[in-house]
Write a protein that binds this ligand. Structure first.
Ligand SMILES: Nc1nc2c(c(=O)[nH]1)N[C@H]1C(S)=C(S)[C@@H](COP(=O)(O)OP(=O)(O)OC[C@H]3O[C@@H](n4cnc5c(=O)[nH]c(N)nc54)[C@H](O)[C@@H]3O)O[C@H]1N2
Ligand SMILES: Nc1nc2c(c(=O)[nH]1)N[C@H]1C(S)=C(S)[C@@H](COP(=O)(O)OP(=O)(O)OC[C@H]3O[C@@H](n4cnc5c(=O)[nH]c(N)nc54)[C@H](O)[C@@H]3O)O[C@H]1N2
Ligand code: SF4
Ligand SMILES: [Mo]
Length: 731
């Protein structure tokens, strides 16, 4: 057991001629990089990396430097509340005051609540990683509804459920700095996470070995010692064979397994037939490479750097379970160079602590009514990751009234008409609502359908306090800029609504007891020994923590051990051991082979965009002007696709299609089409702004197949076909 004590860094704020440089944290994506804001007269002039930040160590990206700044000051920013004046989707809005907007919202929500009951009210948000997620959950609870949608079923949902079911909480705690082997699986760190990418490059220079498991040739392959290239969605087979090799060759940590793992014998039995040659058949990865990978990882200390590439699919939880078992048996948990478990200062409250705090919970019978709780108890039930709804089922409820009607939606920080699969169906659902309110910073294909659009503060106008597991430290985002417009934060909007509804008996104020963000942040910090003043001065605060403190803080499952055999999964009738479930395109092949002969991978990140954000910024569009689909030259030749030509992509069960520009490259496998996510065209006509044209989610189904544990739909590993289509100018 080791005691780690990190030294406090010196304050980095320097004042000079009315201009000051203050430490903060970029909040534009989950990497949360330490930043330095140059501020003058309440305006942020410049955003730069903070080399003194213990987690990011100067890592940063162009979105943080440029996009976040422009997002605040651009002319297309929404600066006043808007009320729809024409029919839904007509694009006709008028400017109104906040009082008038919040009165109307309160009236609408109260009306739906009276007519259909509180369950008919739903909130939607990106995730609970930022305070807006927690605020949305608590706002809905205040209104009496357990229903909130987070898009984590499409993001880290399979990872979260897989980890929780294994008893681990290791996301973000990859100790790349000290590892002997970084195993990068389904992760594109050079684009998605500059902190990880810089750490990986340092590790490589130091002599650590890099193992990449990815069907696509990312920049990580350039620094790899070994690259396994499985066919999409076949990682479970690879991981199970790696477990078998490690067990057969004694490359596992016997004493850790004896003391801290539950179900080793059962796991050994399960992988008994998973020979590397078996995995080769399923994945296409040579058996010899699987053996070499198992040895490389098994020698350790090794860390598992996982990504979205093995998430957001109908077999994602089992995939994560398999890799998590590998982490478990190798004992690479909470040890130097392995995967660190979540750390926090004593007393500090994370968003998850508040979400699960009995003081902020609805009664169990109301929570049991949450949409998805019965079908996906490990996602939407009390055992779930964030106890959020099963989103596709909510969309269904909006359209069909089953299991009960959903009539009012408040979407904050989520662009569901672009980022949820099956765009045409999502839009039909939005049109069908009685009340639809969106909080956003710009007009989007989602906001275009709203009755009210509430203009939101940006990440440089808000104060946030968050744990960064990368150092770890508590990190601070400063409201560096004065608000540019008559805009409000998510907390202020929620409080405005509760203030109007509580006197009518339609809301309970106790669910959001903080009068403003600073009070909320103070509440999170209470008892941690870290004050807001410390954070304001330095931008972060480190804290002492212990590695390997398993007695003091057991693993999170029912046995308090790493559950190779998951008791929670067994308790709800799911397979408690990792199992290879073939990806959708393999299962679909039987039925639709001729019609959909190719495989579609979505979600490849682009450096200039955060999903659907920043599409209106000219510099970003210049760097990345078109929605691209990568096609292997052999596949292109076979289907008559020329470099730079526009093609249409279709998948089974979806109500729309998507138009993409072909880029021919051997970076993608033969027969596999790889594209990004989040495309729409702010310059195209309202209300769709291209969301049914160039948005890949227009071509996907959201109506199942779903992962049995997380409820995630497939965003990759999908059978598809293409049509060659001429380039259509979108006006
Ligand atoms: N610039 C930028 N950065 C971002 C974001 C952004 O929009 N823009 N979004 C942020 C968010 S919310 C997220 S969730 C992360 C996601 O970022 P990452 O976790 O890096 O995920 P992806 O880019 O979706 O995919 C990573 C890799 O998974 C591979 N992959 C696909 N299918 C499979 C498979 O079956 N097996 C294996 N082993 N690999 C596969 C892909 O080829 C790809 O190289 O990025 C974050 N960072
Ligand atoms: N097919 C497919 N679909 C995917 C993915 C994929 O790989 N493939 N990736 C999935 C993943 S990983 C993710 S994380 C999601 C992302 O899905 P979304 O969260 O919908 O994506 P964003 O484009 O980041 O943004 C959302 C909107 O939130 C608003 N916003 C930003 N910050 C704030 C804030 O602080 N408060 C409020 N009120 N509004 C704010 C902005 O107006 C922006 O338009 O997409 C998922 N969808
Ligand atoms: S990766 Fe870029 S956008 Fe994300 S937090 Fe860091 S600087 Fe900001
Ligand atoms: Mo995500």
């Amino acid at each position: 057991m080791q005691m780690m004590m990190l030294e406090k860094k010196r304050p980095s704020a320097i004042a000079a001629n009315n201009t000051c440089v203050v430490p903060s944290t970029c909040w534009e994506c989950g990497a949360i990089c330490g930043s330095l804001l140059t501020v003058k007269d309440g305006k942020v002039l410049k955003i730069a990396p903070n080399p003194a930040h213990p987690a990011s160590k100067g890592a940063f990206c162009v979105k943080g430097i440029r996009a976040a700044h422009e997002w605040t000051y651009q002319s297309s920013r929404l600066r006043n509340p808007l009320r729809r004046v024409g029919p839904r989707g007509s694009g006709k809005f008028e400017t109104v005051s906040w009082d008038s907007a919040l009165d109307q919202m309160a009236e609408g929500f109260a009306g739906v609540r009276t007519e259909y009951g509180p369950l008919a009210l739903v909130g939607a948000v990106s995730g609970a990683f930022f305070s807006r997620g927690l605020v949305m959950a608590l706002l809905m609870r205040a209104l009496g509804s357990p229903n909130w949608m987070i898009n984590q079923d499409l993001c880290g949902g399979c990872r979260a459920v897989g980890e929780k079911m294994t008893g681990l909480d290791i996301t973000g705690g990859e100790d790349i700095e000290h590892t002997a082997c970084a195993m990068i699986v389904g992760r594109n760190p050079a684009v998605a996470d500059p902190i990880q990418w810089m750490a990986l490059k340092r590790a490589k220079t130091r002599g650590a070995r890099i193992l990449v498991i990815d069907p696509f040739r990312t920049s990580a392959v350039d620094i790899a010692d070994l690259w396994l290239r499985p066919r999409p969605g076949t990682d479970t087979a690879v991981a199970m064979a790696m477990i078998k090799v490690c067990i057969d060759e004694g490359l596992y940590d016997r004493s850790f397994v004896r003391k801290w793992c539950h179900g080793f014998e059962e796991l050994a039995q399960r992988v008994c037939s998973c020979k590397p040659a078996w995995a080769e058949e399923h994945s296409g990865v040579a058996a010899a490479d699987i053996i070499a990978a198992a040895r490389m990882y098994g020698e350790g200390p090794s860390c598992f750097v996982s990504g979205h590439g093995i998430d957001a699919s109908s077999n994602g939880v089992q995939t994560f379970r398999a890799y998590n078992c590998l982490v478990g048996i190798s004992g690479n948990v909470d040890r130097i160079g392995g995967n660190r478990r979540g750390k926090k200062p004593p007393g500090f409250k994370t968003y998850f602590d508040v979400l699960f705090d009995p003081a902020f919970r609805l009664s169990p019978d109301v929570e049991a009514e949450r949409i998805g709780a019965k079908e996906f108890p490990l996602w939407s039930g009390p055992l779930g990751y964030q106890m959020a709804c099963h989103n596709p089922s909510v969309i269904d409820a909006m359209l069909t009234g089953r299991p009960y009607p959903v009539r009012a939606l408040f979407a904050s920080g989520v662009n569901i008409a672009v980022t949820y699969p099956d765009t045409p169906r999502t839009i039909e659902a939005l049109k069908n609502l009685d009340v639809f309110v969106v909080a956003a910073q710009t007009m989007t294909p989602t906001a275009a359908w709203a009755d009210l659009v509430l203009p939101k503060t940006t990440t440089i106008e808000e104060e946030q306090v968050h744990i960064h597991q990368g150092a770890p430290c508590v990190t601070y985002t400063r409201p560096g800029a004065e608000r540019d417009g008559d805009v409000k934060s998510d907390l202020e909007i929620a409080l405005g609504l509760i203030e109007r509804l509580a006197p009518r008996g339609a809301a309970e104020a106790r669910f959001i007891p903080w009068a403003e963000q600073t009070e909320f942040n103070t509440y999170l910090l209470e008892g941690s020994g870290i004050s807001l003043d410390d954070l304001r001065r330095d931008g972060f605060a480190t804290f002492p923590y212990r590695l390997g403190n398993f007695e003091e803080k057991p693993f999170v499952g029912p046995t308090g051990k790493v559950e190779l055999y998951s008791e929670s999964m067994a308790s709800v009738g799911l397979d408690p051991l990792p199992a290879h479930v073939p990806p959708s395109y393999v299962l679909d092949r039987v039925a639709v082979n001729d019609a959909f002969p190719l495989v579609l991978q979505t979600g490849l990140r682009e450096k200039t965009y955060h999903h659907s954000r920043f599409r209106e910024q000219a510099w970003a569009r210049k760097v990345s002007p078109d929605p691209v689909v990568y096609i292997h030259p052999d596949t292109a030749e076979r289907y008559g696709v020329a470099e730079g030509s526009w093609i249409t992509v279709l998948t089974p069960g979806a109500s729309g299609s998507c138009r993409l520009k072909a880029k021919l490259t051997t970076d993608t496998m033969t027969g596999v089409l790889t594209t990004g996510v989040g495309w729409w065209l702010p310059e195209a006509p309202a209300p769709h702004f291209g969301a049914r044209d160039v948005n890949i989610n227009a071509a996907l189904s959201y109506s199942g197949r779903w992962d049995p544990a997380s409820g995630s739909a497939d965003t990759r590993g999908i059978a598809c076909r293409i049509e060659t289509a001429p380039h259509v100018e979108v006006g």
